[in-house]
Design a protein around this ligand. Structure first.
Ligand SMILES: [Zn+2]
Ligand SMILES: [Zn+2]
Length: 146
């Protein structure tokens, strides 16, 4: 784990560090699983560079693949969409990120809480984006809807 805190800003070197960040969020529920989100439109390639719009107040998010511009609403965000601004890095202004999800599964099988975080592909800054409470939902189902 290479998370560093520089002037109040946390940075990570790679997506593993982003996942570690989600496991160590202050005041959050315990995170049991993490998943790096990727576009499924490219066969085995699964590119992770994305734009992300997220609303921390309402728990909605949508990501857009950098390569193919396909939009994916996270979970049930489409029906509750609030048109949040696109994320951009508070340090360097880059709006391309890697996005990962941290999942709380108190019973080991059902996801009850999801938190999303982003890592700037330029400077490595990591930010929390939003979080969502779910009725206990099977892990597979949640992973397919992120
Ligand atoms: Zn794509
Ligand atoms: Zn940056």
């Amino acid at each position: 784990m290479v998370l560093r805190l520089v002037g109040g800003v946390r940075t990570g070197e790679d997506s593993e560090d982003l996942r570690a960040f989600l496991r160590t969020l202050e005041g959050s529920a315990e995170v049991h699983e993490t998943a790096l989100l990727a576009c499924g439109n490219h066969g085995d390639e699964r590119p992770t560079w994305t734009y992300i719009e997220a609303d921390p107040a309402t728990g909605v998010a949508r990501r857009r693949c950098l390569q193919c511009a396909a939009n994916v609403w996270v979970l049930d965000s489409e029906g509750r969409w609030t048109f949040p601004r696109m994320w951009s890095c508070g340090t360097c202004g880059q709006s391309i990120a890697e996005v990962a999800a941290g999942l709380a599964m108190p019973d080991g099988e059902h996801v009850e809480w999801v938190v999303l975080g982003a890592r700037c592909v330029d400077c490595g800054r990591v930010d929390g984006l939003t979080d969502m409470v779910l009725p206990g939902t099977p892990l597979r189902e949640v992973l397919d809807a992120l």
